[in-house]
Design a binder for this molecule. Structure first.
Ligand SMILES: NC(=O)c1ccc[n+]([C@@H]2O[C@H](COP(=O)([O-])OP(=O)(O)OC[C@H]3O[C@@H](n4cnc5c(N)ncnc54)[C@H](O)[C@@H]3O)[C@@H](O)[C@H]2O)c1
Length: 345
């Protein structure tokens, strides 16, 4: 059984770690604001709010930008677009540091503390971003994975519901967004197609939904399979939304990295269950955050103007090899790590 209160206190962790005026955030401050959304100071005495009358620019939003891949994407997009980059992350301290680094490198950037698993928090981030101007792009890279997070419910809450919250909050209908890229995972390919795909594509977060999914997908005690299910949900959510978004002239795609070893998450995975993913790729090595970021920025750009509703594997050929080059028992093992649903079409 999963309840939000069972989650680690992610919202509060970053805020408690920040100290010193004017960035000091505490319960009293939050109570005065009437919100647990925490704006972050990026330079001494300067809040990450646009100055009055300055709402003329264009904005790029990157979630998870305090982490490895998000940070790499933020670096590339700030240089290539010249737009204001809003760094969105649960880790307020690292988010602020990332924004400061971008500003120090001559770009326009600021940070916003947000828990993507919290729908209100994500809508607050979207509303905040709109204050800076027209939101052009969002890259959603925030996520969690085993072994750092072992609770399958928490994995679904952040990786699946979080993605739905982000796509809802930044929907082009309400923000005017032009292009979105969701960072999924090669884990989504543990199933060729899944009996729950159609349901995942139309899933609406709500009470009991996660419990039901955990049970029917048989992932209650299997964090790796829960991760695969959540990322599968990201792919089908993207595919399903591309039609509505297309009518508005907007595009939505995803990328599915294999093992990306130079991020904090990748470093943890490289020491655990995913350790062989790098050498088992067709290229015989793990990937780099920058290599994923290059594909993401391409998908964001007008060079990919006719690409929407698709997932691009950036895995060095790991999935291709798993499906077509590995012995049958190894292939079966890999797929068995995915979702075994009780449901059938
Ligand atoms: N590294 C890999 O090998 C790998 C492989 C496939 C997919 N991915 C996916 O790529 C994305 C980026 O991974 P990474 O390797 O850069 O990981 P990372 O751990 O370096 O970065 C993830 C970032 O997300 C943030 N985050 C976590 N939970 C959040 C929440 N609830 N709200 C807001 N922010 C939150 C973290 O604070 C962190 O800054 C993730 O979605 C991950 O699942 C990673």
């Amino acid at each position: 059984m999963f309840h939000r209160s069972a989650l680690p206190p992610r919202c509060f962790f970053a805020s408690f770690r920040m100290s010193g005026a004017p960035g000091h955030q505490d319960d009293a401050w939050r109570a005065r604001q009437g919100s647990n959304i925490i704006p972050i100071v990026i330079t001494d005495g300067r809040w990450n709010r646009p100055a009055a009358g300055s709402h003329v620019g264009k904005v790029v939003v990157v979630t998870g930008a305090a982490g490895g891949m998000g940070r790499s994407v933020a670096d590339l997009l700030s240089g290539r677009t010249g737009h204001h980059v809003l760094v969105v992350d649960l880790d307020g301290v690292l988010a602020a540091a990332t924004a400061r680094d971008l500003v120090a490198a001559g770009h326009e950037a600021s940070a916003f503390h947000c828990d993507v698993a919290d729908r209100e928090s994500v809508f607050a981030a979207a509303n905040h971003a709109m204050q800076f101007g027209q939101i052009e792009l969002i890259v959603h890279a925030a996520g969690v994975a085993p072994p750092a997070v072992q609770d399958p419910a928490a994995i679904l809450e952040v990786n699946l519901f979080g993605t739905i919250h982000v796509l809802d909050a930044f929907d082009p209908q309400r923000t005017g967004l032009r292009s979105a890229v969701v960072v999924a995972s090669s884990g989504a390919y543990r199933s060729f197609s899944h009996p729950l795909d159609r349901e995942l594509a139309h899933l609406a977060p709500g009470d009991g939904v996660i419990d039901s999914l955990l049970e029917r997908a048989d992932v209650i005690d299997r964090p790796v399979a829960a991760y695969a299910l959540a990322k599968r949900g990201c792919l089908v959510q993207v595919a399903r939304r591309c039609v509505d978004w297309g009518r508005l002239g907007a595009r939505v795609n995803s990328v599915s990295p294999g093992l990306i070893a130079d991020t904090p998450m990748g470093q943890r995975a490289a020491g655990g269950v995913a350790s062989s993913m790098g050498i088992d790729s067709a290229l015989g090595r793990a990937g780099l955050a920058r290599e994923v970021a290059e594909v993401v920025t391409f998908l964001c750009s007008d060079r990919a103007a006719y690409v929407t509703g698709v997932d691009v594997l950036v895995d060095g050929g790991f999935v291709a090899r798993a499906n077509y080059d590995r012995p049958a028992d190894e292939r079966a093992d890999w797929h068995a790590g995915g979702v075994q649903s009780h449901d059938r079409d």
